[in-house]
Design a protein around this ligand. Structure first.
Ligand SMILES: [Zn+2]
Length: 494
């Protein structure tokens, strides 16, 4: 039985209680009590001093068991959910139990079968641990906090193992992804720096549209998409990348969408929080999604930049801002779903339901029944609520949520865990749903029909969607089951 472990000099010894966690552990060596020599194989070394890393403290409970403390968000100790750390110097067949003991939330998908992610040097693809090795329970030893414990057996001595709350998606990965898109020299893809974070990281803004739509004086129908305002919500980035990948592709639907719409995408609203490994907040401890009403240029510069741009577009008579979608991940719900606003105007309220209904037809993991419309006071500072109040009756503002864990496919009760690819697929389905939306919506259809240039494009391998179908398909929302534009892969329960 070991007592509190010794620490590496970098880690310091001042982490005796929950409130004292300062930074991430740095090559923190766990040695048995009274042991003074060099670390031997099996004396685990924990590290979280890397991008998006998070582990604040380690305490050895016994030879096999370790209590692990999440480092709270910078300048905001209320949020402790995201973890991401490595373990090395393991012995072959070494069995351990790791207890994550200081979650700030009690409700969790761990109760429903979610498990932490793991990868190792020789197996670099992230996997979810088997749920049977994961326990989530209220623990009397930790102020009755909910604790998530998981058993693990290390199998390769040379490997460095990494554990995380969900698939990581770092700022650097995002920058490399955008660099690779830029190198393709697509004449319908534009990247600019809309601003900088407090720590001088880029706030990237992408514009994806046919160059014709950017001519001087051209009228623009804009879809505005944002992501990662909450840095620990990594699925947001995979969904967003799925949207971007689809929109820049040569898929015929993507081409039509680029012809008709201007997509403005700010995929990472909180680059500092992402870099630092926070769950919810910015460097200065702000939940940026509660500051839309009055963002400060120095305390919330990325939010301020995006809001300025949206207001500028709103005031431009040539620009019609039609959609605003902010992408998040949800820690207690299954599936993808949306939050929308409540309006006095019943017709506007009904029209707002069209997009999520169409998305539900296209994406097997998206649930219309989980989609809800609200005006909670607590959400007043969110992008969706603020812009829903600002923009006129032809604009729709949504929060798109996707589960950190899984979705349930129609006709079954089994939860299918999300993969990186499944998150990206949801993004692709969001993008293609704009096609269905503009085909069905009578208001837009009027505008879309007189587009003679597309009528002449006989080479298009499908009927142009803006010229077919009928508004009468709505409001039952069933769509045209034989339509090649109906992309649902399997039947949908919702
Ligand atoms: Zn969120």
């Amino acid at each position: 039985m070991a007592e509190r472990s010794q620490t590496a000099p970098e880690a310091g010894n001042d982490m005796g209680n929950d409130d004292a966690i300062g930074g991430n552990v740095s090559k923190y060596v766990v040695l048995p009590t009274g042991y003074c020599g060099q670390p031997k194989k099996g004396h685990l070394i924990f590290d979280a001093c890397f991008e998006s890393g998070n582990l604040g403290r380690v305490e050895q409970v016994s030879e096999f068991e370790y209590d692990l403390f999440i480092r709270p968000d910078t300048c905001n100790p209320r949020f402790r959910v995201w973890f991401n750390f490595t373990v090395e110097n393991v012995k072959e067949s070494q069995r351990v139990i790791f207890n994550i003991v200081n979650f700030s939330k009690t409700k969790s998908l761990y109760r429903d079968g979610m498990s932490p992610m793991v990868k190792s040097t020789s197996r670099p693809k992230w996997q979810r641990l088997p749920p049977k090795n994961v326990y989530y329970y209220r623990c009397p030893d930790h102020r009755k906090n909910y604790v998530m414990s998981f058993a693990f057996c290390f199998d390769r001595e040379e490997d460095i193992y990494q554990f995380a709350y969900c698939y990581p998606y770092t700022y650097t990965r995002f920058q490399h992804y955008l660099d690779s898109l830029q190198k393709r020299n697509m004449d319908y893809f534009f990247r600019e720096q809309l601003g900088q974070s407090v720590q001088q990281r880029q706030l990237d803004l992408l514009t994806i549209t046919s160059p014709d739509n950017l001519r001087e004086g051209a009228e623009q129908k804009v879809v505005f998409i944002t992501g990662r305002v909450h840095p620990g919500e990594t699925p947001s980035s995979f969904v967003c990348q799925g949207i971007i990948d689809f929109l820049v592709s040569q898929h015929p639907i993507a081409r039509v969408l680029r012809e008709h719409l201007v997509f403005k995408i700010a995929p990472m609203l909180n680059p500092d929080g992402v870099y630092l490994g926070n769950y919810r907040c910015s460097l200065m401890g702000f939940d940026l999604n509660r500051h839309w009403l009055d963002p400060s240029p120095w305390a919330h510069p990325t939010l301020h930049g995006v809001k300025q741009l949206i207001i500028q577009m709103y005031n431009d008579p040539k620009t019609s801002l039609e959609f605003y979608i902010d992408i998040h991940a949800h820690s207690t719900m299954m599936n993808g779903f949306m939050y929308g606003n409540i309006f006095e105007d019943e017709e506007r309220f009904q029209r707002q339901a069209i997009f999520p209904k169409l998305l539900c037809q296209n994406a097997e993991d998206f649930s219309y029944s989980s989609t809800s419309f609200n005006r909670d006071a607590v959400k007043a500072g969110t992008g969706r609520r603020f812009l829903g109040g600002l923009l006129d009756h032809t604009s729709y503002c949504y929060t798109l949520e996707v589960s950190f864990y899984s979705y349930i496919v129609g006709g079954t009760t089994a939860a299918v865990p999300y993969t990186e690819e499944a998150y990206m697929k949801l993004g692709r389905n969001v993008a293609r749903t704009f096609l269905d939306y503009y085909r069905l919506n009578p208001l837009v259809e009027k505008v879309a029909v007189p587009m003679p240039r597309l009528r002449k494009e006989k080479s298009l391998p499908y009927k142009h969607p803006f010229l077919r179908g009928s508004a009468s398909n709505y409001p039952n929302g069933k769509g045209d089951k034989k339509s090649p534009m109906n992309h649902k892969d399997t039947s949908n329960p919702f």
